[in-house]
Design a protein around this ligand. Sequence first.
Ligand SMILES: *[C@@H]1O[C@H](CO)[C@@H](O)[C@H](O)[C@H]1NC(C)=O
Ligand SMILES: *[C@@H]1O[C@H](CO)[C@@H](O)[C@H](O)[C@H]1NC(C)=O
Length: 205
Amino acid sequence: MAGRGLLLASLVLSCFLLPCYGTGLFSSLQRTLEVTASPTSGQALRAGVDKITVTWGLNQTLPAGTDSTYKAIKVKLCYAPISQVDRAWRKTEDHLNKDRTCQFKIVARPYNSANKTAQSLEWTVEPDVPTATYFIRAYAFNAEEKEVAYGQTTDAHKTTNLFQIEAISGRHTTMDICSICFSAFSVVSLFGFFYNEKRKAKGSR
Ligand SMILES: *[C@@H]1O[C@H](CO)[C@@H](O)[C@H](O)[C@H]1NC(C)=O
Ligand SMILES: *[C@@H]1O[C@H](CO)[C@@H](O)[C@H](O)[C@H]1NC(C)=O
């Protein structure tokens, strides 16, 4: 019993000491994917309302077979460096599994290297996306689910084709009011229920 506890504790501990995350480095990835998105440079989109059309595929100028190891694609919404000034945690981390600049998953799909048609998707900006400047990046994964390549809508220095997303203003206020209304409603209906039960009990006596 104690032995098992110790084993569990050391397993948990080793997760902190050793990297439990993969070892993929962004700097080791090849930029072979071509990714485009509908927002124009500087366009402001509203979270929870506006849509983005994303298109991705292998850069067609590369030799055939470049993508022979690609098995899946993940498309993500990423913070652009403008917000690094006040939010250091948005800085790109070379260890891919620790990187928090691309937090919002748009889609994950299997990759078919035989299909040369660029894939595309229309995505409504999720309501919880905070106000900031963004771009879109796609990662290609191999059979071991390790990142092997990428592509993005901006240049290597993340300075071109950036767009804005504006969070829904007053969203929290609305949600708070809703939850107050809801709890008031629950209390009232609870009292109503007990009152009713009491009356029924009286009536049956
Ligand atoms: C596609 O590949 C060519 C040749 O490597 C490169 O010059 C070009 O910039 C690439 N296009 C994109 C969008 O990455
Ligand atoms: C290739 O991809 C396109 C776009 O997603 C799709 O419409 C088409 O059916 C695919 N073709 C094959 C042979 O899988």
